[in-house]
Ligand binder design. Structure first.
Ligand SMILES: *Cc1c(COP(=O)(O)O)cnc(C)c1O
Length: 468
């Protein structure tokens, strides 16, 4: 990297080329004001790389669901298309066509009936996609509620597991929709369909099912939820439907458990979102949202934008963004095919299962999710483990060896339960799993020998590097 600092154009400057940083390394980098003068490209490059050097290695970041590795060919494609703006559909019609193909492929993986005329779009990620799914449900509910003469001054609500991702909290705040939370409990760590039904009323815009709770990697039972809603709708005035937040599972489950019914095969599932940058295997910056058929996306949310002489429909919230990650998603569909995705995910699950087995052998922990659904291991200290340290300490000690494994409390009603969570991804080899287990054991050994005064730790009992 430092080599770049010595390129020829820099030496054209009539100044002494110092060993590093071209004599500029004695100055602090600007923090508050744009610098007055220029700097050689190589020096700017080196300085910024230096700033980012100690941030932690993405490959050891087991806190995130987001991809941390792509093939060189995919990276090249991304570089080649960074200058294309995905929104300029008339300017880049083939890029628009590639986006459409991705929507078709995902619709097919989710069993949309082609005759139903599904509709969908790419987004920046699941946050934008969830927002769109929620907005469509809200607008649809409003129309229904007005027709039925409901009191429109009352606040609508959305029913969801208490282990939701923060985007739904944002949705509630932005749109003044009450989140009615179905608490997760020790016995039922995913959405309890019966309890969900109890929370539904005429002001419910939709029930959100989650395919892959961020806390544990477990799936809500969407099929049971669908059946319960069918029964509810038989007698209800306002009909209720399901949006599935499949940020993590949407491009994992179809390959790993093709017979599991959670998608458009179910009557009441009308929209689904996923993050292409989670198990869709793309670098951060792409998500997808699809509706089973056009009628579930209210007309008001489809905008016709006249752009560069064309007329194009757009339903995403964001306007300009690089086409690169959409192209990269298509690359992965092409490159891996169904069988390739299955193999990559199966290997990831195998590594996660190996780690699970080793954690269980230590006889200190209780595994809450051992990669049975998403390849996520969530574990907690068993009762009376006979140690003086807690999971926050263990998380810190793993961090010293470069591993980012967050410790955090479970949501409301289960806050006393603290878990550690490791998300295993496609770039995690069996050897990485061996190294992780080695470091986990070494961290525990070190903790056992360190001078921790029991009950005297003052860790804040809040999320600790917990990312989604
Ligand atoms: C990650 C995640 C999100 C947010 O997705 P981004 O793609 O990061 O915006 C929403 N819901 C769930 C369940 C998630 O796991």
């Amino acid at each position: 990297m430092a080599l770049l600092g010595g390129n020829k154009s820099d030496s054209e400057h009539d100044e002494i080329q110092l060993f590093y940083g071209k004599g500029l390394s004695e100055q602090p980098l600007p923090r508050y004001e744009i610098p007055k003068d220029t700097m050689p490209a190589g020096a700017a490059y080196d300085f910024i790389m230096d700033e980012l050097r100690d941030e932690g290695s993405a490959r050891q970041n087991l806190a995130t669901f987001v991809q941390t590795w792509m093939e060189p060919e995919a990276q090249q494609l991304i570089m080649n298309t960074l200058d294309k703006n995905a929104v300029d559909k008339s300017e880049y019609p083939q890029t628009a066509e590639i986006e459409e193909r991705c929507v078709n492929i995902i619709a097919n993986l989710w069993h949309a009936d082609q005759r139903d005329e599904f509709i969908g779009t790419s987004t920046v990620g699941s946050s934008e996609a969830c927002m769109l799914g929620g907005m469509a449900a809200l607008f649809r509910w409003k129309k229904q509620a007005r027709e039925l003469g409901l009191d429109m001054s009352k606040r609508p609500n959305l029913v969801i597991s208490s282990a939701y991702q923060v985007v739904w909290e944002k949705f509630g705040v932005y749109w003044d929709v009450e989140l009615r939370e179905v608490p997760v409990t020790k016995e039922c760590l995913a959405l309890d369909p019966e309890k969900a039904i109890e929370l539904i009323d005429d002001y419910t815009i939709c029930v959100v099912g989650i395919m892959g709770l961020t806390y544990t990697g477990r799936y809500d039972d969407i099929k049971a939820l669908d059946a319960a809603i069918t029964t509810y709708n038989e007698t209800s005035k306002v009909k209720v439907y399901i949006h599935v937040d499949a940020a993590s599972g949407g491009l994992y489950t179809p390959f790993m458990e093709p017979d599991l019914e959670w998608d458009f095969r179910l009557d009441n599932v009308k929209s689904i979102n996923t993050s292409g940058h989670k198990y869709g295997l793309v670098y951060p910056g792409v998500g997808w949202v699809l509706w089973k058929d056009k009628t579930w996306l209210p007309e008001e949310l489809i905008f016709k934008v006249s752009y560069l002489g064309g007329d194009m429909p757009t339903m995403a919230i964001n306007f300009s963004r690089p086409a690169s990650l959409i192209v990269a998603q298509y690359y992965l569909f092409l490159r891996l095919g169904f069988e390739g995705f299955r193999q990559v995910h199966a290997r990831t699950q195998k590594a996660a299962k190996y780690i699970t087995k080793e954690i269980e052998k230590l006889d200190l922990f209780e595994v809450i999710n051992g990669a049975d659904q998403l390849p996520v291991i969530a574990w907690t200290l068993k009762e009376d483990p006979g140690v003086a340290w807690d999971l926050y300490d263990l998380s810190d000690f793993l961090r010293m060896r470069g591993w980012q494994v967050p410790a955090y409390p479970m949501p409301a009603d289960l806050e006393e339960m603290v878990v550690l969570r490791a998300v295993i991804k496609g770039d995690f080899s069996y050897d990485s799993a061996l190294l992780f287990v080695r470091d986990l054991k070494a961290s525990i050994e070190k903790l056992n020998k360190s001078h921790i005064i029991p009950n005297a730790n003052n860790h804040p009992k809040t999320s600790h590097g917990f990312t989604h």
